[in-house]
Ligand binder design. Structure first.
Ligand code: 0A1
Ligand code: ZN
Length: 878
């Protein structure tokens, strides 16, 4: 191990805590700089822990005031204390009461972990290891306690005092102060603790549970923003109903609260009964939120609410099991959205996002298993692999054992493990038990990193009337895992006849499929009684998170794009043809050859804009070309982002020219709509309209730019306005500059709208973008202390602008590295996330690769690196 290598925490080293904490009585006396926290803990030795062990409590930047056992203050020689640890060498060997008083400074807390001030309010964030920044504690998820929290603060600044559970008491505390006492009867780990204090507006409603209990549902927002809360409030109630109906899960407290805060490191947090949200995922009105914002709010509200059972009632034994709650809860929120909106469109969107973020991560130096084996900094494992691939693994489980067994397994899990801190093994055992299946090989999905590559060869034998599908699988090497075993890969298959109908599937004389589990390095399926050569529809509904390559011809794919009964594969077939064309264009361009055209692609795209197409959301997905990232991943190595951008722009222009008439007609047809409504059908119509506009304005076509300008000027809602601005921003035109200036003037007082304005400029694939981003960072609207501002400007540039981040001169890399270094001291979590932009740097062509590496090395060499940033650069370079 090199000197600078940090201590790794390893799954293999897990052992139960030596002590347990049954109850926590917290008294939090708020003060901007000197908040005093008194924790009274009922502690006892854990029968499963080591005998006669010392009691070692975690801390982080804490100031100890006093510590007492059963009322007797401990002398300095009985304890060992530092800001990170409080050790008591000889604690009582039976149950005892430990009282600890600490002092903390919420105003100085720029890391936004623990207790911090956001605008004038106090907020906490304790996942994963933030509670130790409030008091010394056994800050690990397998220590479950019942919490009672008393909060006291100045009445004028903090009239509202919230914590987990049910409100027990509230009133004046003297000297202009008020107090409130909250009690949460459900034992929980410290990471689910929350406290909010401030002067906020409440928008509320009630919900009657399945068993007839009335629950108060409350959303807290800044005063003046009450009109932006009703959508989130309604989404909570719909989530509650859905979890009862689909998973049989009822809410379990008298009140469910959501608080919107403006400074937040992530999206939202599922604290028991008191979810804290990034305000961007709560606030919505037609004038301020796009259709995408509404969809995100609905999904994230659902996600956090669903954690009440998957995460809170049943939690994780240790942080290696993070996917136990996150993969499962993402799966649940995906199902909610599928039931609420369009199931096929949701699937397509999720797969696009999975490929963009998770496949990218899995193919580079930051690849890790869904359940990692070791970590230096747990904050860096809130990743698309743990979340989104974690959800895919559960989806595969459902496909493999079937929906009935899946439901029975979930019921058993809730029944058996309610109130416990669990492992993935315990979760999977429930499904093995109810299905009678051996899920041993399935566990490889949790152990092995890397996206499996499946290669398909097909052969039709007209004489024997057989169709043979040979599937070979290979899991690529990833950091620390040079060799892999074949996984169990569910391949849902259909054979589509020339009439477009699915043929019956017969193998060895008997009906078979449609789920085929590939369990070997190579599997051969011989389908019988196949009268004509079919088109194979493989991995329907994306039945496994694999990278697929097949010998299907473009003719097969174009046929499937029209005829497949599986909507996902109808979409996928068109995407595959487009992707093949884009890769061929990149090759041709780099070889100086003329661009290869695929005129039949235009026919497929034309269908999306045909007046007979009524599923607008699906059509918009069909019309959207693969992203530049999709093309980069398909190419895999020696990637030149400029060549990819040029190829994609050329294909878009080619389609726009071929389809000029239908596109204009579609735009005209879709542009007139009634009053704005954020519902899925109206949003779909707008999505297709914008897609038409995007093509019409391709290459800066004056007619298209004029339409975009008109849409911008006449917009009655934020979706139209921002989408028109987005289209305008792609061309360096006067219309672009005018619209950007106008947008700023209109919305300068609203930070969340200025974020959209930042993001559009930061993602523009234009040579002056970097200068612009640097200039915007110096304006008063930018605040490096606010994660939303940083993500909209610097994050969008790094992760959403392939050509400009990857400038051949390396200035894009140097810029993101520089901001990460600047943030390293104040908010290491956000700094580390910015460096995620480098996750595919090794796939670049040599010049860019060299510059990216130099930028990472400069960060690695900087003094005083936080564990968060140090871990990312070490692994990225590793
Ligand atoms: N559990 C949350 C994600 C989350 C994780 C860490 C945080 O610390 C800043 C915040 C939120 C979720 O899955 O939504
Ligand atoms: Zn979550």
């Amino acid at each position: 191990m090199r000197a600078e290598d940090p201590q790794l925490v390893r799954l293999a080293d897990y052992r139960p805590s030596d002590f347990l904490i049954d109850t926590v009585d917290l008294d939090v006396n708020l003060d901007p700089h000197a908040t005093r926290v008194t924790a009274r803990l009922k502690v006892r030795p854990n029968p499963e822990g080591r005998e006669n062990a010392a009691l070692a409590l975690d801390g982080d930047e804490l100031k100890l005031v006093s510590v007492a056992i059963d009322g007797a203050e401990l002398e300095a020689d009985a304890i060992e204390v530092s800001p990170e640890r409080l050790s008591i060498a000889n604690p009582p060997r039976g149950p005892f009461e430990l009282t600890i008083v600490t002092k903390i400074d919420p105003t100085a807390n720029t890391r936004l972990m623990g207790l911090y001030r956001s605008n004038a309010s106090y907020t906490t964030q304790c996942e994963a290891e933030g509670f130790r920044r409030i008091t010394y504690f056994l800050d690990r998820p397998d220590v479950l306690a019942v919490y009672t929290t008393r909060i006291e603060g100045p009445t004028d600044e903090t009239p509202l005092l919230l914590s987990n559970g049910n409100l027990m008491e509230t009133g004046p505390a003297g000297r202009g102060r008020s107090y409130a006492v909250w009690h949460d009867p459900h034992p929980k780990p410290s990471y689910l603790f929350a406290l909010v204090a401030g002067d906020l507006a409440k928008v509320s409603d009630t919900f009657v549970t399945l068993s007839g209990r009335t629950v108060a549902v409350e959303v807290f927002v800044e005063h003046g923003k009450e009109d932006r809360a009703p959508y989130a409030l309604d989404a909570i109630k719909r989530s509650m109903r859905w979890d009862e109906e689909v998973f049989g899960r009822e809410y379990d407290l008298d009140v469910f609260m959501v608080v919107a805060v403006s400074h937040f490191n992530m999206g939202a947090m599922e604290n028991k009964g008191l979810n804290v949200f990034n305000d961007k995922y709560v606030l919505a009105s037609p004038e301020t939120a796009t259709d995408g914002d509404y969809a995100n709010i609905e999904a994230i509200i659902a996600h956090e609410y669903f954690h009440n059972w998957t995460g809170n009632r049943i939690t994780c034994r240790d942080w290696f099991q993070l996917c136990l709650k996150e993969g499962l809860t993402v799966f649940r929120d995906q199902e909610f959205t599928s039931d609420t909106r369009s199931r096929p469109v949701k699937r397509i969107q999720d797969v696009r996002a999975l490929r963009a973020a998770q496949f990218a991560e899995d193919s580079g130096p930051l690849a890790h298993p869904v359940r990692p084996q070791a970590y230096a900094e747990i904050n860096n494992f809130y990743t698309p692999t743990v979340y989104e691939k974690g959800a895919e693994v559960i989806r595969m489980l459902k496909v493999l054992i079937g929906p009935e067994a899946f439901k029975a397994g979930m019921d058993l899990y809730f029944d058996r493990h309610d109130g416990q801190a669990c492992t993935i093994e315990q979760f999977i055992a429930c499904f093995a038990e109810v299905s009678g299946r051996d899920l041993g090989q399935f566990m490889l999905w949790y152990h092995q990193a890397g996206t499996p590559e499946v290669t398909i060869r097909t052969a039709y034998d007209a004489a024997a009337k057989t169709f043979t599908v040979t599937a070979a699988q290979r899991v690529p090497a990833t950091p620390g895992q040079p060799t892999k075993q074949p996984a169990v890969v569910p391949m849902v298959t259909g054979l589509v006849g020339p009439d477009g109908a699915d043929m019956p599937l017969v193998i060895a004389g008997a009906p078979a499929g449609p789920v085929f589990a590939l369990t070997e390095a190579e599997t051969t399926l011989v389908f019988e009684q196949v009268p004509v050569r079919p088109a194979a529809s493989l991995f329907r509904n994306f039945s496994a998170p694999v990278k697929l390559s097949t010998d299907l011809t473009d003719d097969d794919l174009l046929f499937l794009a029209k005829s497949d009964s599986d909507p996902f594969n109808r979409w996928q077939a068109g995407q595959t043809v487009a992707l093949r064309n884009l890769v061929a264009r990149v090759d041709a361009q780099r070889a100086g050859a003329p661009a290869p055209e695929e005129p039949r692609l235009a026919e497929a795209v034309a269908r999306a804009f045909d007046p007979s197409e009524t599923d607008h959301a699906f059509a918009a997905q069909v019309a959207a070309l693969p992203s530049e990232g999709d093309v980069a991943r398909e190419i895999g190595e020696d990637v030149d982002p400029d060549a990819i951008h040029a190829a994609r722009a050329a294909l878009k222009l080619d389609l726009a020219r071929r389809l000029a008439g239908p596109l204009a007609a579609a735009f005209e047809r879709l542009v007139d709509e009634g009053p704005y409504s954020p519902d899925a059908a109206s949003a779909s119509r707008r999505a297709l309209k914008i897609s038409a506009l995007d093509y019409l304005a391709a290459g800066g076509a004056p007619d298209g730019v004029a339409r975009a300008k008109a849409l911008y000027d006449g917009a009655t809602n934020m979706t139209d306005r921002i989408m028109a601005l987005q289209v305008l921003s792609l061309s360096a035109s006067d219309a672009r500059d005018a619209a950007l200036a106008d947008f700023h003037d209109r919305y300068k007082s609203d930070p969340l709208l200025i974020d959209k304005w930042f993001l559009i400029q930061a993602s523009a694939p234009l040579p002056d973008t970097l200068d612009r981003v640097r200039a915007l960072m110096t304006t008063p609207a930018f605040d490096i202390r606010n994660p939303n501002r940083v993500r909209s400007l610097v994050g969008a540039f790094g992760s959403g602008n392939p050509t400009q981040f990857n400038r051949a001169d390396g200035l894009g890399y140097a810029f993101v590295a520089e901001v990460a270094r600047e943030l390293n001291g104040t908010n290491p979590q956000v700094a580390a996330r910015l460096l995620g932009a480098f996750k595919t740097w090794r796939a670049l062509e040599p010049v860019r690769r060299g510059k990216a590496e130099a930028a990472l090395r400069a960060v690695a060499a900087a003094p005083g690196l936080s564990p968060d940033v140090g871990d990312i650069v070490r692994r990225a370079l590793g």
